[in-house]
Write a protein that binds this ligand. Structure first.
Ligand code: NDP
Length: 405
């Protein structure tokens, strides 16, 4: 547990920084490229990757004059090649090609592939010593100890992109990590914050995808509705900052203006505030230790009038408690938690299970995994991927019990 990686000496700024974006066609990827495009002379775009969205990827690669564009899904290779024809951008496809893209020499890389699929490429970027802007929270949730060790051994730097962790990083960026007593992450509460239990059970994917404050990919939006996202973020924070699990807290803050509070031994609390726009934390990761101009709406507290806070209701949103338990249990519990949640959210989005079955399936998988997967702490990336695979298989085997009738 250290923030030391986030406080290493910044490299000397060169005329053009070589940057890559993994998950370029997603919500974080597009916001990142929006910022890069606002100062395009400062950046040399090396590689952009996507899963299967070949046309959107090709458009981005051409617009940003990328050297390489890569789709993970090999069936999209011809479409990508055709869309890039005559542009000078190299096309590639396949899982290994995404890892190879992450390995290309760069000064900075945005790790924004969603899910455990982002692990291998992000580990590869770390091994190359590339400075990593980390949006892919799964690297820390599924593989926290292994990933932090890889970052430390490469001597590279990790910059958190999640708004709450960027907020904490900004609050302790003066190096005063010593006297931290507590770190409190805020959660909007999602679209169902006020819903009673019986109504929650019938919440549809369409309703869950309507986040009140943020526009994000489908997986994280559903996780925000169940509060699993906040649980995953607690695990992230545990690995990023020098705190024990019991020093981490969550408070519901429906306006999503205040992102994180860092409480110090002398009673001081340092908070980071900004309007809910991911371009603010992404910009901080892109230009740290400097700040760049962003189009984020400016905060007008008088116009807002009030900021409100509530205690999370873990009876209605048990996913938060389940994630906290997995963090406290340690070992491979967070890896299984993440794998089961990916299966559960996918099943929910496909209409196979109800909203309340997402945390129920995750908890059932964690309970059953103690017997079949064990509780040992993964020590290598392959170990993590094996546990992830076993966790998914277990969740899939339990899924029929939760199927809608
Ligand atoms: P999106 O679903 O919007 O985008 C995901 C990106 O990853 C797309 O480019 C997608 O390509 C690509 N991708 C998906 N699956 C694979 C795969 N198997 N192999 C290679 N590439 C893949 O997600 P978000 O941008 O919302 O989130 C990305 C990450 O950032 C997640 O880990 C999320 O938790 C985290 N995060 C997101 C925030 C947000 O505001 N959106 C805030 C904080 C963290 P394609 O378009 O082809 O499907």
């Amino acid at each position: 547990m250290t923030v030391a990686t986030a406080h290493t000496t910044p490299s000397t700024a060169s005329a053009q920084r070589r940057v890559s974006v993994l998950g370029a066609t997603g919500s974080i990827g597009l916001n990142t490229l929006d910022l890069i495009g606002r100062d395009s002379a400062a950046y040399d775009v090396v590689a952009l990757t996507a899963n299967r969205n070949a046309e959107a990827l090709a458009r981005l690669a051409i617009a940003h004059r990328a050297e390489t564009a890569v789709v993970a899904d090999e069936s999209q290779y011809e479409a990508l090649k055709a869309a890039l024809s005559g542009s000078g951008v190299e096309a590639a496809a396949g899982l290994q090609a995404v890892v190879d893209a992450a390995a290309q020499p760069a000064d900075w890389i945005m790790a924004a592939i969603t899910g455990a699929a982002g692990l291998r490429p992000t580990f590869e970027a770390a091994a190359q010593g590339t400075r990593i802007a980390l949006a892919n929270k799964e690297c820390l949730v599924s593989a926290g100890e292994v990933f932090m060790a890889a970052v430390a051994s490469a001597g590279t730097m990790l910059l958190p992109v999640d708004s709450e962790h960027s907020g904490a990083f900004q609050a302790i960026d003066d190096g005063s990590a010593d006297g931290i007593e507590r770190i409190v992450l805020t959660a909007s509460g999602g679209p169902f914050r006020d819903w009673p239990m019986d109504r929650l059970a019938a919440a549809t994917p369409e309703q869950a995808l309507q986040h009140p404050n943020w526009s994000m990919g489908a997986k994280i939006t559903v996780d925000s509705a169940t509060l699993m996202n906040k649980g995953l973020e607690l695990i992230e924070a545990y690995h990023l900052f020098p705190v024990a699990p019991e020093q981490l807290g969550v408070v519901i803050h429906p306006q999503s203006i205040l992102h994180c509070l860092v409480e110090y031994a002398d009673g001081s609390v340092i908070a980071q505030l900004s309007c809910p726009d991911m371009r603010t934390p992404i910009a901080y990761s892109l230009t740290w230790p400097n700040r760049m101009q962003t189009p984020t709406e400016r905060l007008d507290l008088a116009k807002l009038g009030q900021l409100t806070f509530e205690t999370p209701d873990v009876a209605r949103f048990p996913a938060l408690r389940i994630a906290q338990d997995a963090l406290a249990a340690g070992g491979c519990a967070p890896t299984v938690l993440n794998a089961a949640d990916e299966v559960a959210v996918d099943a929910y989005l496909q209409g196979r299970i109800g909203f309340a079955s997402i945390p129920a399936l995750v908890e059932a998988t964690l309970d059953a995994s103690e017997q079949s997967v064990g509780r040992h702490l993964p020590s290598t990336l392959d170990d993590v991927l094996e546990i992830d695979y076993a966790g998914r298989a277990l969740a899939l085997s339990l899924l029929p019990k939760f199927n809608k009738t």
